[in-house]
Design a protein around this ligand. Structure first.
Ligand SMILES: Nc1ncnc2c1ncn2[C@@H]1O[C@H](COP(=O)(O)OP(=O)(O)O)[C@@H](O)[C@H]1O
Ligand SMILES: [Mg+2]
Length: 263
């Protein structure tokens, strides 16, 4: 049975897109057919990580939402571009994603099209139908939804449609408050499985202590506490972290997070 997983954070810049991209590659390396949908319509970005150039975008999620194309026409097979985007020496045993597939449904990068969604909003019923059709038509094993930070209508719908939710947060007081809101809303929406990932943790903190503290505050499982790492910074979202650093502890922690949700 296919699974839909949303990756969300209350505030931006927590590392959602980077974590989503690595998770997609790890799932593909296990032979799975993975969809990635960028519902961050206001500030799309995951296409950059997955190596899809703006000029290669045939149709976007925006066009689907406006009835200009079928959802599968907005799906781009990025399996090869994920491999080609890797630049520099792979540290460890390279991930072979050729037995799986990664399809990206990008959001439009055209200013006018972004403005139109901001002005008119989006029809959440159409989005829900699109998500369901996508899973069927592309025969996906897993669909990852990279959401917009905060809680807008598309995000609430994405969470409500998902089987699992990953809430990403930094150990920062603003994130702590916001995450409480996100976690409460997800519970109200009846999400089946929810885990928290703490990212960008300073190395002056003890990860085990952070894990316990966060789990206690939100009464939610903490799947991983990831460090603030130069390797992620230096990669600068030019490619997928797990492809470049397959043996890194961050990669292992993202794999563990995926396993928890798909168990
Ligand atoms: N663990 C980390 N250590 C250092 N930098 C990180 C880490 N995770 C993400 N980043 C950086 O933070 C920025 C935002 O990441 P991104 O995945 O785009 O976040 P979001 O999608 O939540 O806005 C990027 O520049 C990325 O390289
Ligand atoms: Mg993002």
């Amino acid at each position: 049975m296919s699974k839909i997983i949303s990756i969300h954070s209350f505030r931006g810049g927590t590392g959602k897109s980077n974590i989503t991209a690595s998770m997609a590659a790890l799932l593909a390396s296990a032979g799975r057919r993975v969809g990635v949908i960028d519902t961050d319509i206001q500030s799309p970005g995951i296409h950059v990580l997955l190596g899809l150039k703006e000029t290669e975008v045939k149709h976007s999620l925006n066009e689907y939402l406006w009835g200009k194309c079928a959802i599968e026409e907005a799906a781009h097979d990025v399996t090869d571009s994920v491999v080609h985007a890797v630049d520099g020496k792979v540290e460890g045993q390279p991930l072979d994603i050729s037995k799986g597939r990664i399809f990206l449904i990008p959001s439009s990068m055209k200013a006018g099209e972004i403005a139109r969604v901001l002005r008119e909003g989006c029809d959440v019923d159409v989005l829900r139908d699109g998500i369901r059709n996508l899973v069927d038509v592309l025969k996906l094993d897993v669909l990852l939804i990279d959401t917009h930070p905060g809680l807008n209508e598309e995000t609430l719908l994405s969470i409500a449609t998902s089987d699992g939710l990953i809430v990403v947060m930094r150990p920062d007081q603003q994130d702590f408050q916001g995450t409480r809101v996100a976690v409460e809303v997800a519970r109200k929406l009846g999400i089946e499985k929810m885990v928290i990932v703490v990212n960008k943790t300073s190395n002056i903190f003890d990860p085990a202590a952070v894990k316990e503290e966060v789990a206690n505050i939100y009464k939610t499982e903490v799947a991983a506490v990831l460090p603030h790492a130069d390797e992620v910074m230096n990669l600068g979202s030019a490619s997928v972290f797990a492809m470049r650093y397959p043996n890194h502890p961050i990669t292992a922690a993202i794999k563990h997070t995926a396993d928890m949700l798909l168990a």
